[in-house]
Design a protein around this ligand. Structure first.
Ligand SMILES: [Zn+2]
Length: 343
């Protein structure tokens, strides 16, 4: 066997993949949205399995409370407040230098979703919120790119494969955006073996799809604490009335749609994210100099952390995005933003 393929020998020996499947993997491009628990598990599997190009996208920094379940990060990454994609990219390059990993520090939103997610064979869901999942679904259906949905909270998780034109889309399965307070990692926690399992299932479905094998036709749900699982056959779940795949209306890519949100509280922390819709590039040096005059400023080449008072800190990224740590009150966060960053 060619030396290049040697590292995949145990996978090539598995007949449904074989050398032919391995070659397909090495010519494949996958994009992972969100590099939390599910994202790190999926990236680890795809890179080790030899998927030729893997783009990873995340908006956040590594924190100590991530390490319990986000398998690519360590204490040093948290101490340095590294962006997750930077820490993950370094680790993944050490694991397999023969594939390309491209890290992008960004929040996927309606302004950039089509640019960031098209041109790929598959999209993988490592997000922690419904809004982004509906957005991935819009891009998937509009551009005919399959995606693998996954979610995990507390001891319960689910996953499904969504193939435009073949399976129901996410909006067929979940017609309305859940509103109000649901259970999140923030309120009820999440278990590490669970995210490992759901992320692994997602990665496996992605690999099946990339080698041209059959994927699951189920929406699968698992409770890892009570050892129960449920498979819902979604083969005939397509809805002709679905706004997305039935009528071709992409509300989550449409600025004028009433589905849009630009202020979001983040799962797992006392944090509000503020995302200016207008695309911009911030001069980080200028911003740091400006903010140093009114509070404590530190950071690294990727972000500025600014602490105007005891309770609140603001993290500013070069694309204009701001995380307001220390509150889950959107209005309060908005006022800090207006006061110190301005828009
Ligand atoms: Zn649909």
């Amino acid at each position: 066997m060619d030396e290049n393929w040697q590292r995949y020998s145990r996978q090539i020996l598995f007949q449904p993949i074989g050398l032919e499947g391995q070659k397909k993997l090495s010519n494949s491009k996958a994009v992972i949205v969100g590099m939390g628990a599910l994202g790190t598990v999926m990236a680890n599997h795809l890179v080790r399995s030899g998927v030729g190009f893997v783009r990873i996208i995340d908006r956040d920094l590594v924190e100590l409370s991530n390490i319990q379940r986000q398998t690519l990060y360590d204490e040093e990454d948290a101490a340095n407040a590294l962006p997750k994609v930077v820490a993950a990219e370094r680790k993944l390059n050490k694991i397999n230098c023969s594939v390309t990993v491209e890290g992008i520090i960004s929040d996927v939103n309606l302004d950039n979703a089509e640019e960031l997610l098209t041109g790929f064979d598959i999209i993988l869901d490592g997000t922690d919120n419904f809004q982004t999942r509906y957005l991935l679904n819009d891009v998937s259906v509009k551009h005919l790119i399959p995606w693998v949905h996954g979610a995990a909270v507390s001891s319960r998780g689910m996953f499904s494969v969504i193939i435009p034109g073949k399976t129901p889309c996410y909006r067929c399965l979940f017609p309305t955006v859940p509103s109000g307070l649901g259970e999140t990692c923030d309120t009820v926690g999440v278990l590490s073996p669970l995210t490992d399992i759901i992320g692994s299932f997602q990665a496996m479905e992605a690999i099946k799809l990339l080698v041209g094998a059959e994927t699951t036709s189920n929406l699968e749900q698992i409770d890892i604490w009570y050892n129960s699982s449920m498979q819902m056959d979604i083969t005939h779940g397509r809805s002709p009335d679905c706004p997305t795949c039935g009528k071709g209306r992409f509300d989550f890519l449409d600025r004028s749609s009433n589905q849009q949100v630009s202020y979001t509280t983040l799962c797992g922390r006392d944090t509000v994210q503020i995302n200016p819709r207008k695309r911009q590039i911030i001069n980080m040096k200028e911003q740091a100099e400006r903010l140093e005059k009114i509070g404590t400023v530190n950071g690294n080449p990727f972000l500025i952390r600014f602490k105007p008072d005891h309770d609140i800190s603001l993290v500013l990224f070069s694309d204009g995005r701001v995380l307001v740590h220390g509150t889950d009150d959107i209005v309060k966060a908005k006022s800090y933003y207006a006061k110190y960053i301005g828009s």
